[in-house]
Write a protein that binds this ligand. Structure first.
Ligand code: CP
Ligand code: NVA
Length: 344
């Protein structure tokens, strides 16, 4: 019989988080619990020392508001220090291979958060740095987002098992892929509502379905939005054009127009009147506004009405990125809440 430790995340000490598949169900749930404890601690105004003496490198090839700030604030709250490294300003992948950069950073830092394009890059960093590496978003995965997503659902409903979450839109992007696995680990029924052209790979569906079966929940792919959202407790969407896909913008918008989250779609859940449905978006979102930097204006994936509704919990989710990121750092660097040993 295998030995079951009391602390479900002690096993995470020294480990990387590159995809949600790196976690067992028990570790995933343990991280949610630790995040809740750390959130309460912060709400009491208590700053901690769990990351005292820890130096984190934050490498960003792509833009970020939430992930970058969540990582910086989470580290500082627990007495550590985070160094932001724009990939444009370091040698990574240009004058120096990813493996060499990893070996250098691993000599100086206790952990590395990476946001960028290729999943292979975050894997190389983990392989060569000798310290925990966390995926802060690649083209294919966004595991720290998925933890915050599920945390926010649990916080709102007080439970996870038996809930139905419907992801509407680009259902094979990084956010959707990681969220599908997170739902399976949490026992949440996941519906991927997508046009056939944007279906997740059969391999990723099969792999997540194994986890779902273990936790007695389901993963379904549905193409008709009104049908997909029936009975939903959570309607989730993300941008239609992810970072790095700008060249496909026009075609993608045409394809996904029928998948916009608007009040008509929210009414199809049947849960709007009884207050049993919430809307989530990882943000940033295109909701009836023009920005200075894109040619796109007006609502794309979500209307202003839904975005600003009382059932929209998008800013709770944004805040929770910080509490859950803190849990990940604490677990990887200390095993889950133990005070760090003094360095000799
Ligand atoms: N949701 C998310 O990852 O946001 P940022 O791109 O601002 O980090
Ligand atoms: N799918 C989006 C997520 C942004 C947080 C992107 O990759 O741009």
């Amino acid at each position: 019989m295998s030995r079951v430790t009391k602390n479900p995340i002690a096993s995470l000490q020294g480990r990387s988080l590159l995809t949600p598949h790196d976690l067992s169900d028990r570790e995933f749930l343990g991280l949610l619990k630790l995040a809740a404890q750390l959130k309460r601690k912060k709400e009491r105004g208590t700053l901690g020392t769990l990351l005292r003496g820890k130096q984190l490198a934050l490498i960003f090839e792509k833009l970020s508001t939430r992930t970058r700030c969540a990582a910086s604030v989470a580290t500082a709250d627990e007495g550590g220090r985070a160094e932001y490294l724009s990939a444009r300003e370091i040698h990574l992948g240009k004058k120096e291979s990813t493996a060499d950069t990893a070996r250098v950073l691993g000599r100086m830092f206790d952990g590395i958060l990476y946001r960028g394009y290729r999943q292979e890059t975050v894997e190389l960093l983990a392989q060569h740095s000798g310290v925990p590496v966390w995926n802060g978003l690649t083209d294919t995965e966004h595991p720290t987002q998925a933890l915050a997503d599920i945390f926010t659902v649990q916080e709102a409903f007080g439970r996870m098992r038996g809930l139905k979450l419907v992801y509407v839109g680009d259902g094979r992007n990084n956010v959707a892929s990681s969220l599908m696995v997170g739902c399976a680990m949490a026992g949440i029924n996941f519906v991927n509502c997508i046009p056939p052209e944007l279906a997740p790979t059969p391999e990723s569906l099969a792999r997540a379905s194994v986890i779902a079966r273990r936790n007695r929940c389901t993963i379904d792919v549905v193409h008709a939005p009104a049908l997909a959202v029936r009975g939903a407790h959570v309607v989730y969407t993300d941008v239609w054009v992810s970072m790095g896909e700008e060249a496909q913008e026009d075609a993608r918008i045409q394809l996904l127009r029928p998948y916009q989250v608007n009040m008509a779609l929210m009414r199809h859940t049947g849960n709007l009147q009884n207050g049993k449905v919430m809307f989530l978006h990882c943000l940033p979102a295109f909701h009836n506004h023009a920005t200075e930097t894109t040619a796109v204006s007006g609502a794309l994936e979500v209307t202003d009405e839904v975005f600003e509704a009382s059932f929209s919990k998008v800013f709770d989710l944004a805040e929770n990125r910080m509490h859950t990121m803190k849990a990940i750092f604490v677990a990887s660097l200390t095993g889950g809440g133990r005070k760090p040993r003094r360095r000799t």
